[in-house]
Design a binder for this molecule. Structure first.
Ligand code: TTP
Ligand code: MG
Length: 469
């Protein structure tokens, strides 16, 4: 089963650093440093965390016997990830099951279509990071950015002698022992904070991962995977051009998606170097000024975009794809099944959904993956209340006819039809009740079971931090 939440694009499973030319960038990101209107602290220290072989780690925690064997996580016919034992034997992420078995016949496969455990662990990770510093932004399920500038400034004020310590972990393009912490002391302190956080994630959640330490999100993300698994790397300002140059194709730059890369190619710009050297005016003609500047900045490793506190998702959804569904009976059964798990998750969330949306994908030979169609309707209050109160079976039985009505508006069921996907989604999630019960706020989403008082503190810190971005 494939699930998606608002934080994840429905077609791409990761949506931050969205394709620069197809989405309007945030104001701060749109402008280059020279024309930026929002003040950005001069010396930011940004961390990027990326967990190792995430789904496989979760399965290995659930069943430690899997640690010793090559393990692949299977969704349909694809290995979405595999542990590092399997990687040593030639298995890679996104290999077909057939190819993976050929490379490594002893590969153990675990089905990874139900995301419940991955989602739970993913939010635990974000919640743990937020307990150290509230400025945390999620990127997909296993990546988080963190702006630790303030933590660093506090430590800086208390640090007397930098001679006593060096960088923690690797320093990009340097033997780290050779780099003195007195050189870029903020980054050095950031590397120690990253080390402590990775240690906390390991001791409290049992997870290992990589971290990147740099002066902005783009660079922190790029540098974090330099040494894998379970290592960390700091990027010094003097090595920014090295790391950007190493990328080669523009497509490797986070923020340059498929569409942008195609348009850049049409201008003869294929490599990061091409983009760096291209006159800004040529880019402005094709993309308009803000996006042109943003692209140019990205190619140079400049990224003023703030780390934005991730709130609870704006919607919850669940979906499944299949080769062929062609009867209303199957549609009704599948929709009921999807609704059951979605209603359960919505109940745990605590907010009351106001809108229900049904999305289907019809099979077409020309446009196999991008022909989604949706219809939505309001959810009557009495059904919304059933979801909140935990009368899940009742809620599902009353939602199902609504869903089928939406389906009939999209599909003429008197003629043959061929569906390949169904998605059910609750949106417009109301937190009004939350104010009274303490459930359903952004922070209660992360910290269920903690006192509302503590949640509010974290949230107000979060808002406070946001104000400088
Ligand atoms: P990644 O961080 O790309 O991969 P990973 O954490 O498994 O491995 P690495 O050690 O190289 O970081 O993705 C995180 C999880 O997202 C991954 O465990 C499985 C899932 N995933 C998908 O569902 N679809 C995909 O296309 C990819 C690449 C990953
Ligand atoms: Mg990962």
């Amino acid at each position: 089963m494939e699930n998606s939440e608002d934080e994840e694009d429905e077609n791409e499973w990761r949506n931050s650093f969205v394709d620069s030319s197809t989405h309007s960038p945030p104001a701060a990101a749109a402008s280059g440093p020279s024309i930026s209107k929002t003040p950005v602290p001069a010396h930011r220290v940004i961390l990027h965390f990326d967990l190792d072989c995430f789904y496989a780690q979760v399965e290995m925690i659930r069943n430690p016997a899997l640690r010793e064997v090559p393990l692949g996580i299977q969704q349909k016919y694809i290995i979405v990830t595999c542990n590092y034992v399997a990687r040593e034997r030639g298995v890679n992420k996104l290999m077909s099951v057939t190819d993976a078995k050929e490379k490594c016949p002893e590969l153990v496969l675990v089905k990874g279509e139900d995301l419940t455990h991955y989602r739970e662990m993913s939010y635990k990770m974000t919640e743990l990071l937020m307990s150290y510093c509230p400025l945390v932004e999620r990127l997909g399920f296993d990546e988080n950015f963190m702006d630790v500038t303030e933590m660093v400034e506090q430590r800086l004020a208390q640090t007397v002698k930098f001679e006593d310590f060096s960088y923690k972990g690797h320093v990009y393009n340097h033997p780290s022992a050779d780099v003195k912490a007195s050189k870029y002391p903020r980054l050095a302190l950031g590397s120690h904070i990253a080390g402590e956080l990775r240690e906390a994630v390991h001791s409290k959640l049992g997870l290992t991962g990589c971290a990147g330490i740099a002066t902005n999100k783009l660079l922190a993300k790029l540098v974090s995977g330099t040494f894998k698994p379970n290592q960390q790397t700091t990027l010094l300002p003097e090595n920014i051009s090295d790391i950007m140059g190493c990328l080669g194709s523009v497509r490797k730059v986070p923020g340059v998606g498929h569409q942008t890369a195609k348009r850049l190619q049409a201008l003869g710009l294929v490599s990061v170097k091409d983009l760096q050297l291209c006159p800004l005016n040529d880019l402005v003609k094709e993309f308009g000024s803000p996006t042109a500047q943003r692209l140019k900045n990205l190619a140079l490793g400049v990224d003023d975009s703030p780390v934005t506190c991730t709130g609870a998702p704006q919607s919850l959804s669940d979906e499944d794809s299949f080769k062929k569904m062609s009867s209303t009976k199957e549609v009704s059964e599948k929709t009921q099944q999807l609704l059951s798990s979605l209603v359960e998750r919505m109940h745990k969330d605590g907010r009351q959904p106001q809108t229900f949306r049904l999305t289907i994908r019809k099979y077409t030979t020309t446009n196999k993956w991008f022909s989604r169609e949706s219809r939505q309707c309001p959810i009557p209050n009495h059904i919304g209340q059933k979801i909140c109160s935990g009368s899940s079976d009742d809620a599902v039985m009353q939602l199902l006819p609504l869903a089928m009505k939406l389906f009939y508006r999209m599909v003429d069921y008197s003629a043959p039809f061929h569906l390949t996907l169904i998605n059910v989604c609750f949106s417009n999630l109301q937190t009004r009740a939350a104010a009274v019960t303490g459930k359903g706020s952004i922070t209660s989403f992360f910290s269920r079971g903690t006192s509302p008082k503590k949640s509010q503190t974290v949230l107000s810190q979060c808002q406070h931090h946001k104000s400088y971005t």
